[in-house]
Design a protein around this ligand. Structure first.
Ligand SMILES: NC(=O)c1ccc[n+]([C@@H]2O[C@H](COP(=O)([O-])OP(=O)(O)OC[C@H]3O[C@@H](n4cnc5c(N)ncnc54)[C@H](OP(=O)(O)O)[C@@H]3O)[C@@H](O)[C@H]2O)c1
Length: 224
């Protein structure tokens, strides 16, 4: 798949680009096309370009830029229409020396969805530190995907699975994106407290007796 990584010159965007490039065609997207071209030299088979060209050429997009910058995607509403857009964006702030979620309500992914209403929005990669993506090969990590439609979830899961060791997990509809994004400041605080540099989420299931009836009857809407 041809995937544009917006913020591909940054820490998270670069790491995603490097690991996605093994099974996808990556376009490193930057506000500055020249900077994108330089960054793409470090990514196997990738090209670099400005936002507009990347939006036109890609089949799917990953957004890995600061929350305060997401309005930069707004002019791409038309070119990203109908395409999968994965948001790795976490709004964060520091309160009394600890990381905290940056929004009173809503989420970055929902904000992006309102800027790109014809795109198929999902969360992905929010809680995986850039430095851990390559390590998932030896120790699987869970990637929480909130999406409204089954088709969007399946497409997002395909992108996640193209990086060895990353496991997509359905986290509810896009209205749950804030829940997914809030895990990131939690992880950073846990890591700071424990001194574990590369802390990343992996959910484990323990053997149990027959499961109680679940209140969760969902899964994404649509045919599986
Ligand atoms: N770092 C991680 O481990 C990690 C993990 C999961 C999720 N994330 C999320 O990914 C996003 C990026 O984080 P990061 O750590 O990769 O940040 P970063 O290293 O600072 O990179 C951010 C990139 O975003 C681009 N950008 C666009 N508009 C910007 C603006 N107004 N100000 C600054 N940069 C702008 C910049 O690229 P150009 O200058 O080339 O346009 C820059 O290279 C954040 O929302 C973060 O929560 C990060």
């Amino acid at each position: 798949m041809k995937i544009a990584v917006f913020g591909g010159t940054g820490s998270m965007g670069h790491s995603l680009s490097v690991h996605l490039a093994r099974r996808n065609e990556v376009i490193v997207a930057s506000r500055d096309a020249a900077r994108a071209t330089v960054a793409a030299r470090g990514v196997k088979g990738a090209n670099g370009s400005g936002y507009r060209e990347a939006g036109e050429r890609c089949e799917a997009a990953i957004v890995a830029i600061p929350f305060g910058a997401i309005s930069l995607l707004s002019p791409l509403r038309g070119t990203l229409a109908g395409k999968l857009v994965l948001s790795a964006v976490n709004p964060m702030k520091v309160v009394r020396g600890a990381f905290a979620y940056g929004l009173e309500s809503g989420s970055a992914a929902e904000s992006l969805a309102s800027l790109l209403p014809e795109s198929r929005l999902a969360t992905a990669f929010n809680n995986i530190p850039a430095s851990c993506i390559g390590r998932a090969r030896t120790r699987p990590l869970d990637v929480l995907v909130a999406a409204d439609e089954r088709e969007t979830f399946n497409a997002a899961a395909g992108v996640v699975l193209s990086i060895p060791g990353l496991r997509p997990r359905y986290a509810g509809p896009l209205s749950e994106a804030g829940t997914v994004e809030r895990i990131t400041p939690l992880i950073l605080n846990l890591a700071a407290d424990s001194g574990e540099e590369n802390l990343a989420p992996m959910f484990v299931s323990t053997p149990s007796r027959p499961r109680p009836a679940s209140v969760f009857k969902g899964g994404p809407k649509g045919k599986s």
